[in-house]
Design a protein around this ligand. Structure first.
Ligand SMILES: Nc1ncnc2c1ncn2[C@@H]1O[C@H](COP(=O)(O)OP(=O)(O)OP(=O)(O)O)[C@@H](O)[C@H]1O
Length: 258
């Protein structure tokens, strides 16, 4: 089991930010996590990455039981996490290749000397993510779309068992977004690849590979399970509290206000 949460709540400043969350993610199930601003997505990810601990409830991630041992470091080495907070912590002055290489050391910068094997792997990932052409460019000079691909390549360097992509298409134009989604799809289809959790506000990013979806609303699981069961007009109209229509094109859902 990749994630096993039972009745998990998280309290901050006297208020429940997450309430009675139960969620099981099995190996190689890919999940979309859908919620509006303020629904608690960031805190849920913070729990999974052991940056926060449940106030009540029981949880384990990658088989490590929270509260039993000091697990944060051990756990994070096995999780690839791509989010704007990771982006902000990167070293200024590194080029794209160095940023990817640094993923092998579970550190932000590049302190150890990479072996030839590690360099080969980084080159392979740069190619797979379509960022080889700008491998020598300074990371901070790349466009948002290019940066995201580099960050995903970086996250894959350590062969994570779980890959969490937190709103990876933020700020991307149409083309960059579609290219990124294609890359995500390829990673999801890899044999023995990581289990993916894809966090988004946007229904149209729920790719066919995300066979499961968790709808998070006001800190609670509104519903979870089979994506095609959840992404219907009835379900999403009541989830968003506004009448919406859903249309499917090439197995992707598109949502419009009625
Ligand atoms: N330190 C805190 N104490 C109390 N409440 C907080 C604290 N930090 C955030 N919140 C509240 O917790 C709720 C959940 O926040 P969270 O950042 O997880 O939402 P989110 O789903 O990630 O939103 P977004 O899509 O905007 O990133 C919000 O209502 C937020 O205002």
């Amino acid at each position: 089991m990749i994630i096993d949460m039972e009745n998990v709540s998280l309290k901050r400043e006297g208020r429940y930010i997450l309430n009675d969350i139960s969620w099981q993610v099995e190996k190689q199930e890919h999940w979309a996590l859908l919620g509006l601003n303020g629904s608690g997505k960031t805190f849920l990810l913070n729990l999974i990455n052991a940056y926060a601990f449940p106030t009540t409830g029981r949880m384990s991630v990658l088989g490590l039981e929270f509260g039993k041992t000091y697990l944060a470091e051990k756990l994070r080495r096995r999780i690839g996490f791509v989010s704007s907070s990771v982006q902000n912590r990167l070293h200024r002055g590194d080029n794209a290749f160095e940023v990817v290489l640094s993923g092998a050391f579970a550190s932000i910068g590049l302190y150890d000397t990479p072996t030839d094997e590690i360099r080969e792997k980084a080159i392979g990932l740069l190619k797979e993510l379509g960022c080889f052409d700008y491998a020598n460019r300074l990371y901070e000079t790349l466009s948002s779309g290019e940066k995201q691909r580099v960050l995903i390549a970086r996250a894959l360097m350590a062969d994570p068992e779980l890959l969490i992509l937190d709103e990876p298409t933020n700020g991307l134009d149409f083309l960059a977004k579609e290219q990124l989604l294609e890359s995500v799809e390829r990673i999801a289809e890899r044999e023995n690849g990581p289990t993916i959790i894809y966090v988004t506000h946007h229904v149209d990013e729920v790719l066919p590979v995300f066979e499961n979806t968790l709808l998070l609303k006001e800190g609670a699981v509104y519903d979870s399970g089979d994506t095609t069961r959840l992404l219907t007009r009835e379900m999403l109209s009541s989830f968003f509290e506004v009448p919406v229509d859903i249309s499917w094109n090439k197995r992707r859902p598109f949502m419009m206000k009625q």
